[in-house]
Ligand binder design. Structure first.
Ligand SMILES: [Zn+2]
Length: 491
């Protein structure tokens, strides 16, 4: 174990000095960690110095954050065309900017990245792979990665999966994420290969086929008898859950242990229903291609925790971008550190994801208390000014088992207040009464609820990531239109 200790120490020294990471060192640590887990069943005692983990000492954290923010700003001003132009036109001296004065740089909007992805690529980088984002908010943004970044991301993912996810060589992970979401595809295949675990990329195909695959025996040497882990977006998890509930599946049909859900709001209601239907622990996470490797985890107390290790994370007022006050809603504005991201470089990137700052100054008491905490993501930026969040609406709707999933809804404005339109084909009358009661219990600021039998009756479209469907010839005669699937499963 002496080699392991030396490698971890060498890596920790590079972290402290804000020097570039050596992927070979981290890959060797992954191999050591796997050997240690195989032999002793545990990761050993040096967890604090594993790559990707943060120092528990708040003072060291603060010093490192200051150093890394300065480094990111100077690099961007010198090498990234978009920021070079901004500094030239607006004047602040990049050498003088610090974590305290970072707000002199306005947040970078997603539209700027969409408009000119290459303007954010460092001119000393070697871009090899462009990943396009797959959000539901219009034109995708293009984000370039270098081989170094991809290898680093894979090795860090392997460590995180082994230590935090307890993933081992006998597990088999399936992914129902869209195949166009290339980053998780590339890094998962590589990370799981280092762990020795199996990887099955299914894609966002007809959910009935995915349930069949999850239930099917694998007959593989050294592996569990069925798929043990699944990666999904919450809207697709909703479709799987709805089908399992309505088409006679039982949790005992599957060998699932954990489901990783991310990329959209995951409600408590869906989490409970999915756990019951699929017989697995449902884990909620946060991440986005643009700010990789920033990865948030949701603790047992329902906070979202985002490690300070990978990026400087601000919770900013969605209008003024001043720091959000305790208890207030703010948008996540993220500056990834250069050690992890040296190709597409972003300063103060406006993710558009809303969270609420925790009230009060005391850190939470949960199991992740050493990691900065906030509320789970409430949804995307709301433009209606009513304070309605996607999370509040979805909690009300997904608690209702008669409503098909993915959940589709829209808000229309009227002088008397917002009206919530819900896609509820053929739902019996008591459904509306139950929804109204739950909305009132939750204090949802809506004037009323209108059920729509047809998706076209919603005043605006209601896209979900599960709409990124991929056709397969296996589906033979099954509905291929997402709306048809959402509306016509059992009715
Ligand atoms: Zn917590």
């Amino acid at each position: 174990m002496l080699n392991t200790a030396l490698r971890q120490l060498r890596h920790a020294t590079r972290v402290l000095a804000a020097r570039p990471f050596r992927v070979a060192d981290i890959e060797a640590i992954v191999a050591d960690l796997r050997a240690s887990l195989d032999e002793f069943g545990g990761p050993g005692e040096d967890l604090d110095t594993l790559p990707g983990s943060q120092s528990a000492d708040p003072e060291i954290q603060a010093v490192m954050a200051r150093r890394r923010v300065r480094q990111a700003v100077r690099h961007a001003a010198a090498h990234v065309p978009y920021y070079r132009r901004w500094f030239a036109a607006n004047g602040p001296d990049p050498a003088q900017l610090s974590i305290e004065t970072l707000s002199q740089i306005p947040p970078t909007a997603k539209d700027a990245l969409r408009a000119a992805p290459s303007a954010f690529v460092s001119d000393i980088a070697e871009p090899v792979l462009m990943i396009r984002t797959t959000g539901t908010t219009g034109t995708p943004a293009g984000v370039w990665f270098s081989k170094h970044e991809l290898d680093l991301q894979a090795a860090l993912t392997a460590i995180s999966l082994m230590v935090n996810g307890r993933l081992r060589a006998h597990h088999v992970v399936a992914s129902a994420i869209t195949s166009r979401s290339t980053l998780p595809l590339v890094t998962s295949a590589s990370a799981l290969g280092m762990i020795g675990a199996g990887y099955v990329h299914l894609g966002t195909i007809e959910p009935r086929i995915v349930l069949d695959r999850l239930a099917a025996p694998l007959h593989l040497p050294g592996k569990k008898p069925q798929i043990t882990h699944l990666t999904v977006v919450p809207s697709y998890l909703g479709m799987l859950t709805w089908l399992a509930e309505h088409e006679g599946w039982s949790a005992a049909d599957f060998g699932l242990e954990q489901v990783f859900a991310g990329g959209e709001v995951l409600t408590d209601a869906l989490r409970a229903r999915a756990a019951e239907a699929l017989g697995a622990e449902i884990l909620d996470g946060y991440g986005a291609t643009e700010i990789t490797p920033v990865a948030g985890s949701v603790c047992s107390a329902g906070h979202l925790h985002i490690p300070a290790e990978h990026a400087h994370v601000e919770i900013a007022d969605p209008v003024t971008f001043a720091p959000a006050l305790p208890g207030a809603v703010g948008v996540l504005v993220v500056t990834p550190y250069l050690a992890y991201r040296d190709t597409t470089v972003l300063l103060r990137y406006n993710t558009g994801d809303l969270v609420r700052r925790l009230p009060g100054a005391d850190p939470p008491e949960c199991e992740l208390r050493g990691t900065p905490a906030m509320s789970r993501v409430l949804g995307r930026i709301a433009t209606d000014g009513t304070g309605l969040t996607a999370r509040d609406i979805l909690e009300v709707l997904q608690a209702e088992r008669e409503l098909p999933m993915p959940t589709r809804y829209a808000i229309s404005q009227s002088p008397a207040g917002p009206l919530l339109h819900v896609f509820a084909p053929g739902c019996p009358a008591p459904v509306l009464a139950r929804l109204e009661e739950r909305a009132a219990d939750r204090g949802l600021p809506v004037r009323g609820i209108v059920l729509a039998d047809d998706l076209l009756d919603l005043p605006v479209p209601s896209p979900a990531r599960s709409d990124l469907r991929e056709l397969t010839f296996e589906a033979g005669g099954m509905p291929s239109d997402a709306a048809q699937v959402a509306g016509g499963v059992v009715r």
